[in-house]
Design a protein around this ligand. Structure first.
Ligand code: ADP
Ligand code: ZN
Length: 221
């Protein structure tokens, strides 16, 4: 089964994807995490991708698409994956459809997370991530703080703010790109009849874990 997580930066895509992944046993494939891992290991791919990521721009398709295509061939992905951060453009969605159809697969479900814009920026500014690349747990200093400030509950490593989350220009740029390039995917997948839209918002007290529970119930039906 191929599941896609869609939603602007800060909606909690990664958190929801992680909870669904744990419950149904499909790997979470986050393109942002793969890039960050490559950046920290200073691989060729990482050095190239960082030129775009640090400014809040998308990494070009000739880097991103083959990276995802390769990841889908791994043994752990044979029963499917939860894609978190890919596709982000109509072109990427079309390329994904091609890649999947070559293997007799298709996109089965797209979970579209919607959060009021004023909450998104706040969520990005208060997001903290574990510096241990094997762990990558995420926290939020307001909504989901660690037990001890600045320390990961899960592995004890220090937490930090992502560079692109600490730069207001990069935050703005990422939200602009989302509106322009990624939001058309909502209609693209709605037309295919695979879209499930869910609201995540502090204002209505509906958090990522509530949404994940809903999706898991829906999948087990
Ligand atoms: P966010 O959703 O907050 O932008 P991610 O961790 O998903 O964070 O991605 C971080 C960065 O990695 C993005 O800003 C972008 O530069 C790059 N990136 C991730 N996924 C893609 C993709 N599918 N296509 C192009 N660039 C991507
Ligand atoms: Zn950790």
């Amino acid at each position: 089964m191929i599941i896609i997580m869609l939603g602007a930066q800060g909606t909690g895509k990664g958190t929801v994807a992680g909870l669904i992944s744990k419950s149904i046993g499909l790997p979470q494939v986050s393109t942002g995490d793969i890039f960050r891992q490559n950046i920290s290991e200073k691989t060729e791919l990482g050095i190239e991708a960082d030129k775009y990521i640090s400014k809040g721009n998308l990494v070009p398709d000739d880097i991103t698409v083959p990276m995802v295509e390769d990841r889908l061939t791994w043994e752990d992905a044979k029963n499917g994956v939860i894609l978190d951060g890919f596709p982000r453009t109509i072109e990427q969605a079309e390329k994904l459809d091609e890649i999947l159809s070559k293997n007799g697969k298709k996109v089965d479900l797209v979970v579209n997370l919607v959060t009021p814009k004023e909450e998104l920026i706040d969520r990005m500014l208060t997001r903290r991530v574990c510096t241990n690349q094997e762990c990558k747990a995420t926290y939020n200093t307001k909504l989901n703080p660690p037990k001890e400030e600045g320390i990961c509950d899960r592995c004890g490593s220090p937490l930090k703010q992502r560079e692109d989350d600490s730069d207001p220009k990069a935050i703005e740029r990422r939200l602009e790109i989302y509106e322009e390039k990624t939001s058309p995917l909502v209609q693209y997948y709605d037309k295919k009849g695979v879209l499930k839209t869910e609201t995540v918002s502090l204002a209505i007290n509906r958090m990522g874990k509530d949404v994940a529970e809903d999706v898991i119930k829906f999948l087990n039906k």
